[in-house]
Design a protein around this ligand. Structure first.
Ligand code: NDP
Length: 327
């Protein structure tokens, strides 16, 4: 255990678009932010091939490239970007304590949580293989659907997300096959009815994924199994979308912050980034189960840095709110 306790004005946890945007704003406001990248530097976007819907990139950009650019923009203003995983926090007192890799202790005036959420996957070897290859497995139709324009795809899930994504895909793809593991949807009635009424969406009830099929590089189909009859069949498809929910990365905060039943951090004051603990702010997917886009994460990262800056200014007469962020 390290005995040296470091003190920082603004600690940012997470290195997706929310974390780096918070860092850019905090650094330009002289808050000298320290950002811990976590176990997946760059966050969820590093598993996306091409990002075409982030304004400012008319030709598109790959997810990993975009994250490198965001990092270098944060570092240009002297954000201290570090490798490391925050394993524990204590938000019970005036000083917010965090521990890095269970060792290093840091005391923070403000903390911005940008830990994101992780898409759930089925866990099949074949699914993971083509996910890692970038060969046709995705957990985000809005991000990747366009690459399957005029093609046939399969989507798994029966919640609101799956319905929304299936409907989105139906406008791009010639056919969408939806795999529902029970004989009914979990989604709200209106969302379920919308997919049921869409001509090019075929719904297979009581149906699970047996294997994602491919040629070693890209997905070519899906073998599915009816869990009532055990009958299997192969569905040709170039894309396999998984929409079975997300898990927000918020476990370490649960003893201190108000979370909803799924684990998303609750914004204490809607329309701000404030949590129930003064000086602790949240941005990005850790508090957002609805939009979940890079651009909305970046927007809330900006909000968190501005809220943290105002909090520091209110607390410390010597800390002036900078004007640079308002230009
Ligand atoms: P949900 O947890 O609501 O649904 C997950 C779905 O995935 C369920 O149908 C579940 O099946 C299915 N599933 C889970 N594991 C597997 C598996 N291993 N194999 C096959 N199917 C599986 O997650 P969502 O992301 O859809 O929604 C999360 C929250 O966000 C909900 O509260 C939802 O209402 C909300 N939301 C709202 C939207 C809106 O209002 N516009 C849009 C999107 C989400 P089963 O039903 O059998 O358990």
């Amino acid at each position: 255990m390290s005995n040296t306790i470091e003190k920082v004005k603004c600690l940012i946890i997470g290195s997706g678009p929310a974390g780096y945007t918070a860092a850019i704003y905090a650094a330009r406001a002289n808050m000298k932010p320290v950002l811990y990248q976590g176990t997946q530097p760059g966050g969820q976007l590093t598993t996306t091939n091409e990002v075409e819907n982030f304004p400012g990139y008319p030709k598109g950009i790959t997810g990993p490239e975009m994250m490198m650019e965001l990092q270098s923009q944060a570092e240009r203003f002297e954000t201290d970007v570090r490798n490391g995983w925050i394993t524990k926090v204590d938000f019970s007192g005036d000083v917010h304590k965090v521990w890095v890799n269970d060792e290093k202790e840091i005391h923070c005036d403000t903390v911005i949580i940008s830990t994101g959420a992780s898409a759930k996957y089925l866990g099949l070897d074949s699914e993971q293989k083509y996910l890692k290859l970038g060969g046709g497995v995705s957990a985000c139709a809005v991000c990747d659907g366009f690459f399957y324009k005029n093609q046939e795809v399969v989507i798994v899930g029966a919640g609101d997300s799956a319905c929304e994504e299936a409907h989105y895909l139906s406008k791009l793809c010639t056919k969408v096959t939806m795999l529902v593991r029970r004989d009914e949807f979990r989604a709200s009635k209106i969302m379920a009815e919308r997919v049921q009424k869409t001509e090019n969406i075929e719904i297979l009830y009581n149906t699970e994924t047996d294997e994602v099929l491919g040629d070693g590089q890209v997905v070519t189909g899906v073998r599915v199994k009816n869990n009532q009859t055990n009958e299997t069949k192969e569905i040709p498809a170039t894309g396999f979308f998984v929409a079975i929910g997300h898990k927000p990365n918020t476990d370490i905060f649960k003893d201190y912050l108000n979370l909803d039943e799924t684990g998303y951090i609750i914004n204490e004051k809607p329309g701000t980034s404030k949590t129930n603990v003064d000086g602790v702010f949240v941005s990005g997917d850790a508090a957002d189960h609805v939009y979940r886009q890079a651009i909305t994460a970046a927007g809330t990262g900006c909000m968190a840095a501005l809220d943290a800056e105002r909090y520091l200014a209110a607390k410390d007469a010597n800390f002036e709110v900078s004007t640079s962020n308002y230009n």
